[in-house]
Design a protein around this ligand. Structure first.
Ligand code: CUA
Length: 287
């Protein structure tokens, strides 16, 4: 593609330079129409056809459809929502194992297959450092597989304009050594340990947070907002928008729309400061 583009660029600049150095000569109507037909229609059609054929031929090599991707078995289901990511880890049988949000954990050196969905509008799943990009379309399951080769933390932005806070919709990808990944996964699939009861937990339920959020090991099973199990160990809050600090949590609970316009979570600024601080402290401690 680069070579093809470079040749066309050189030809175009060459013709332009030539046109700039010669005096315009009157041209017959027949000559002009021949120039238009060959130079303006036939040439681009041939060149674009060749480039398109090359791209179509190249496509299967760029995105290999591996066994998992072919028969629809995925390990992780990611759903784009306005403006966050619902992440559902599946077990061997393809049944839901556990849910999380806005942060993926992946093993290094092994291919993981994703099933990509959208809950409302079109989003696009993209982790630039790991390659591949796939639209998430309502009513349709797309499949993508990726194989990280280096452990580390990467960022995945939403790559399709999906509303006011499209630019504030990102997730973190924590690529771990296989053993660490398995330990992390095991910790999530084991019977959840009830978090330590504090006034923050009591206030979380009293103020109705559990209507929208789920936390494993507690009676909170809300499905509308992001799952908050172990939210304290995430890299970011509000889908890649804020660093995960107690202060960010307090700001977000108080007035989410001031941080993320168009967010569905209502503001809780009417609660006493002490209550918001206690809830934030409890959530921050969930690990
Ligand atoms: Cu989701 Cu843009």
């Amino acid at each position: 593609m680069v070579i093809g583009g470079a040749i066309i660029w050189a030809l175009t600049i060459g013709v332009l330079a030539y046109a700039g150095r010669t005096r315009p000569k009157p041209m017959s109507v027949r000559g002009a129409s021949r120039l238009i037909v060959w130079g303006g229609v036939a040439f681009p059609v041939i060149v674009l056809f060749l480039l398109l054929s090359y791209a179509v031929w190249l496509m299967p090599q760029v995105r290999p459809w591996l066994p998992g991707a072919m028969d629809g078995t995925a390990e992780i289901e990611v759903t784009g929502e306005q403006f966050w990511w619902r992440i559902l880890y599946l077990d061997q049988a393809g049944k839901p194992a556990f849910e999380t949000a806005n942060e993926l954990h992946l093993p290094v050196g092994r291919r993981t297959t994703f099933r990509l969905k959208a809950a409302d509008v079109i989003h696009s799943f993209w982790i630039p450092a790991l390659g591949g990009k796939m639209d998430m379309i309502p009513g349709r399951d797309n499949t993508l597989s990726l194989e990280p080769t280096k452990a580390g933390i990467y960022r995945g932005p939403c790559a399709e304009f999906c509303g006011t806070s499209h630019a504030l919709m990102a997730f973190s990808v924590v690529v771990m050594e296989e053993a660490d990944y398995l330990a992390w996964r095991a910790a999530r699939t084991q019977a959840p340990v009830a978090p330590q009861k504090t006034s923050g937990q009591e206030l979380f339920f009293r103020h109705g947070c559990a209507a929208c959020h789920a936390i494993a090991g507690t009676p909170a099973i809300g499905r509308i907002g992001p799952d908050l199990t172990a939210v304290g160990e995430r890299q970011t809050l509000a889908a890649g928008t804020l660093s995960n600090t107690p202060d960010s949590m307090i700001r977000f609970i108080r007035d989410p729309a001031s941080i993320k316009p168009g967010v569905k979570m209502p503001a809780f600024g009417m609660l006493p400061d002490g209550d918001i601080e206690a809830i934030s402290a409890w959530l921050g401690g969930l690990k």
